[in-house]
Design a protein around this ligand. Structure first.
Ligand code: ADP
Ligand code: MG
Length: 547
């Protein structure tokens, strides 16, 4: 038997695990199961390549065994295993890129506060060492197919580990955790309890492609719906999965599947809801997309995959070429992830668009639930602004019953009408009764009625749709006159010049200018904002926000 020292970075990480305040200790089992699953993947690949390999690949699986009397938990696989050199290199050192950076960040965070530290650990993903969150001793026995003997590795997570030969080790690897006492100050759950094991596996590893067995029973469903041919998955299976990840009891309104092959492989299974998530308009609303790497659950609420305005989209993205230890920091910088996000967004928007034409009632339902969130994208996602505009619906003077799309509005535009007219306000009634509407009504021009608070925000940043400028009827000079009307108006302005300048000086403190208008038909006068002024509603909003 040999006693060896951990590499210093490994020692630091181990100390972190042993003294971890990371609240989600259950994840150690996810790490062990995912390592076992990787080992099975590798053995299968290896056996394809090396036909002479004397190994049994007929029943590749993972077994979890608990021994309440000994207070141990074992995760065993019959996968590729490790040689003695592998064990020393893979378990005794940390060769991962980014580890040093991670440790540095941790140090900085630690001086700041413990909550942030635990977040960071959770995002980094912790691998084999996470065993030491729940165990005070770990024994690993492994055998690589071509090696003569097996290897036993053991450590209590301090600075050293022992390594020894084993004559008759079975194929693969077993990791035995000598669990910390459950009256430990950490107050750990009893991990030898089958119900607890089952719960954790269900939660984190249900979609692992290999069977995970406990007491002879298979406890994972192995159903990675997104990896199965779309034609083989039933509506009900999708709905069940959707309910599981969304906590929404309804069936989804629409299921979206995507697949990309090549240099960056991924599969996505996304859902549009029939009902808005409860937290949709709350300050820290969650995003609904989970990231998986090769069927292993990595993180919830993945902001790098879906922009905030699409936070109502739920689902899973499974990327084949990411590390299981991928962190948010890495995701943020990864070009492939950015490309993937761009494609996901386009796909979601195009799915809403096809819903609009193929199932208008469902589209209307979706819009009613999540429209205000989608409209946030007009402000934040300039690249997709046109695509978002296409799936927006608005109230308009055309109909009191149904909403209109901008394309429908444009289709109804009168000869000579160049602008898409809109008016923002508190309510439909307020807008309809506004004096600003009179001239447009007289001309028979349709006006969009925008009464969502968010409407005030985006109208200024969206110049046009389909080449037709958007024009507020309450701002600046609404250009409604023909040439004759214009010269008549100019003559009138001259006629009333004295009156206008008298009114202007009398109202000096309240208005910038007094001018004749052709926009009124029944009201004698109205107050209009300058083209670049904020609207009264927006002014109210800013005041309410204390600005
Ligand atoms: P990661 O899985 O991200 O590489 P881990 O700390 O979980 O990091 O594991 C370190 C390495 O140890 C793995 O990459 C693998 O080579 C080896 N290893 C861990 N568990 C097993 C296992 N059950 N079978 C074979 N090799 C394993
Ligand atoms: Mg791992």
């Amino acid at each position: 038997m040999e006693t060896l020292e951990f590499q210093s970075e490994a020692r630091q990480l181990l100390q972190l695990m042993i003294h971890s305040i990371y609240s989600n200790k259950d994840t150690f089992l996810r790490e062990l199961v995912s390592n076992a699953s990787d080992a099975l993947d590798k053995l299968r690949l290896e056996s394809f390549r090396d036909k002479d390999m004397q190994v049994d690949v007929d029943d590749l699986h993972i077994v979890i065994e608990s021994d309440p009397a000994e207070h141990t938990l074992t995760v065993r696989d019959n996968g590729i295993g490790m040689t003695r050199e592998d064990v020393v290199r893979l378990i005794g050192t940390i060769a991962k890129s980014g580890t040093a950076e991670f440790l540095k960040q941790l140090k900085e965070q630690q001086s700041g506060g413990t909550a942030a530290t635990s977040d960071l650990i959770g995002q980094f993903g912790i691998g084999f060492y996470s065993s030491f969150m729940v165990a005070d001793k770990v024994t690993l026995v492994t055998k690589y197919p071509h090696a003569e003997k097996g290897v036993r590795w053991e450590s209590s997570g301090e600075s050293t580990y022992t390594i020894d030969d084993v004559e008759d080790a079975p194929q693969g690897t077993s990791v035995t955790l000598h669990l910390k006492p459950s009256d430990d100050e950490d107050r750990l759950p009893d991990y030898t309890e089958p119900a607890k094991i089952r719960e954790i596996v269900k939660r984190y590893s249900d979609f692992i492609t290999w069977p995970v067995r406990l007491g002879g029973e298979e406890i994972n469903s192995r159903k990675a719906l997104w990896a199965r041919p779309a034609s083989e998955v039933t509506e009900e299976e999708y709905a069940e999965f959707y309910r599981h990840i969304s906590h929404d009891w309804n069936a989804p309104l629409e299921t979206i599947r995507m697949q990309a092959e090549g240099t960056f492989e991924y599969q996505a299974l996304l859902f549009l809801p029939a009902q808005a998530p409860l937290d949709l308009f709350m300050r820290d609303a969650k995003r609904g997309v989970q990231l998986y790497v090769k069927r292993v659950f990595i993180m919830d609420d993945c902001a790098e995959l879906m922009p905030e305005y699409l936070r109502f989209v739920k689902g899973v993205v499974d990327a084949a070429d990411l590390s299981l230890n991928v962190s948010r920091e890495i995701l943020q910088q990864d070009r492939q992830i950015q490309l993937m996000r761009r494609r996901l967004v386009k796909k979601v928007l195009s799915s809403i668009k096809s819903l609009q034409s193929s199932r208008p009632e469902d589209y209307a339902k979706l819009w009613g639930e999540v429209g205000p969130a989608l409209k946030e994208g007009l402000l934040s996602d300039h690249d997709n602004r046109d695509a978002i505009l296409e799936v927006c619906s608005f109230a308009s003077t055309h109909s009191t019953e149904s909403l209109t799309t901008l394309a429908e509005y444009v289709g109804r535009m009168k000869d000579g009408q160049e602008h898409i007219y809109f008016m923002t306000g508190d309510s439909r009634l307020a807008v309809e009764n506004s004096p600003h509407m009179e001239a447009l009504r007289a001309k028979g021009f349709e006006v969009l009625i925008l009464t969502d608070p968010i409407d005030e925000m985006w109208v200024d940043s969206v110049p046009a749709f389909d080449g037709k400028p958007l024009q507020s009827v309450a701002k600046g000079q609404v250009d409604l006159e023909t040439d004759e009307e214009k010269s008549a108006a100019a003559a009138k302005a001259e006629e009333f010049a004295d009156l206008l300048s008298w009114m202007g000086s009398s109202l000096e403190e309240n208005v910038k200018e007094v001018r004749l208008s052709t926009r009124l038909t029944t009201s004698p006068a109205c107050v209009v904002g300058d083209a670049h002024d904020i609207t009264p509603t927006l002014e109210k909003m800013y005041k309410a926000m204390g600005q």
